[in-house]
Design a protein around this ligand. Structure first.
Ligand code: UDP
Length: 396
């Protein structure tokens, strides 16, 4: 089996699946996140093995070129040594490329965190999700809401499994003890329940100078100190728009490791973020979150009362101060279950992957001649057609 990943959230959310597959799995690392603070440190922090394939020169190039280069390089590897199944996670360019490469090589695709939909076509992630929604053979939906989206799009029910979201068990694995978390607070100079933890990196917030300026100004007026692990994209944009000083004044630090982030989040008074994963983590940590976005593909966290979706604008300070000032909020949230599952999603996904991979192996169809107009023939279609008469190839 191969697990294709290339960004921070994929490393975090697939950690248990990779460990569960053990020797039966290999990591194909796309290098989409090439900053060590977003990738290498997370590989080490999550205790993942070295990737068997590591692409280079992928990060920081335009999207079409990035996805195209990844598909090409990953396909080469799959053709040379085909895995029996390929696991991808979420909605990144790496997710799309991994699923496309596998599908075009005739290898079954398992999509983890399938079926999320914002219906916001301005978000590259939404397009990636929908592309993978068409390609996947098995859709591991984190919730029944996500499964419902897939059914509505015509995905047959037998290809959908509601597994929960792997983040639930990853948080349980990685959350530092209360003492270690308090030591982190001391290291970062913030007080228990006395600061706001912020992350921002979506283009809708970072790439528009007016919007970024407004967000930073609102964050400066919350009445509590801010701790802001800054994504490289946000830093780059702030420097470009002359906002570096405002950012530095907001408790800006380099991105932190996942365990550190969780340790800080558990004792923050409020989280403010445009992240996808933080919308799930807040439900496990029982923390209030303001989601600074035009739209969210994670209605469950909002409906369960953990998250408040807020279009970035002059309301940020007012809404944040109201949440900070609500004395009963921590107790209310502490009593609510996470809508993202029971902490067994990774184990379910490993079992489902092994079952899918254990079926008859796809038949490899050698290329005899190039396909017309340079487009490669779809091996899956050829393999499916040949399946009844061909014997399976041995497992790689
Ligand atoms: N995260 C982290 N360190 C940080 C900021 C975030 O480990 O300094 C984690 C966070 O806990 C979550 C993941 O990164 O698990 C989310 O990644 P990101 O926001 O980049 O991606 P998204 O979830 O929006 O796709």
């Amino acid at each position: 089996m191969a697990v294709v990943l290339g960004t921070r959230p994929e490393i975090v959310k697939l950690a248990r699946v990779v460990r569960g597959l053990g020797d039966r799995g290999r990591i194909v690392y796309t290098g989409q996140h090439y900053d060590d603070n977003l990738s290498g440190s997370h590989f080490r922090g999550m205790g993942l093995p070295e990737p068997s394939v590591r692409l280079t020169g992928i990060g920081g190039v335009p999207r079409g070129r990035q996805i195209g280069a990844m598909i090409s390089a990953i396909s080469d590897g799959f053709e040379a040594d085909p895995p029996r199944a390929v696991v991808v996670q979420g909605d990144t360019n790496s997710t799309s490329a991994g699923a496309q490469a596998a599908q075009y090589c005739g290898i079954p695709v398992i999509h983890v965190e399938a079926g999320l939909r914002s219906r916001d076509r301005a978000m590259p992630e939404e397009i990636n999700r929908q592309v993978v929604g068409v390609l996947a053979d098995l859709h591991c939906a984190p919730t029944t809401v996500a499964a419902g989206h897939l059914l509505a799009e015509g995905v047959p029910a037998e290809r959908i499994q509601v597994t929960g979201n792997t983040i639930v068990e990853v948080v349980a694995d990685s959350l530092p003890s209360p003492e270690a978390s308090r030591a982190l607070l001391r290291r970062y100079g913030v007080a228990e329940d006395g600061f706001v933890l912020v992350t921002l990196h979506r283009p809708e917030n970072t790439d528009d100078p007016q919007r970024l300026r407004l967000i930073l100004a609102e964050l400066a007026g919350l009445g509590l100190p801010v701790l802001f692990p800054v994504h490289p994209r946000t830093l780059h944009c702030a420097e470009r728009y002359g906002l570096a000083r405002q950012l530095a004044a907001l408790g800006a630090v380099d991105p932190v490791g996942h365990a550190e982030f969780l340790g800080l989040a558990r004792y923050a008074r409020l989280l403010i973020s445009d992240s996808g994963g933080v919308q799930e983590e807040c439900t496990v940590l029982k923390k209030p979150l303001i989601v600074l976005r035009n739209s969210s593909e994670r209605p469950e966290a909002i409906e369960a009362g953990f998250a408040t979706l807020l279009r970035p604008g002059p309301e940020i300070g007012r809404v944040a101060r109201a949440l900070i000032a609500d004395p009963a909020l921590p107790e209310r949230l502490a009593a609510r279950p996470s809508p993202y599952g029971d902490g067994s999603a990774s184990e379910r996904i490993v079992e489902l992957t092994l079952a899918l991979a254990g079926g008859p192996a796809r038949v490899r169809v050698p290329h005899t001649s190039p396909a017309p107009s340079g487009v490669r023939a779809n091996r899956r279609a050829a393999a499916d057609a040949a399946a009844p008469v061909a014997s399976p190839v041995p497992s790689p």
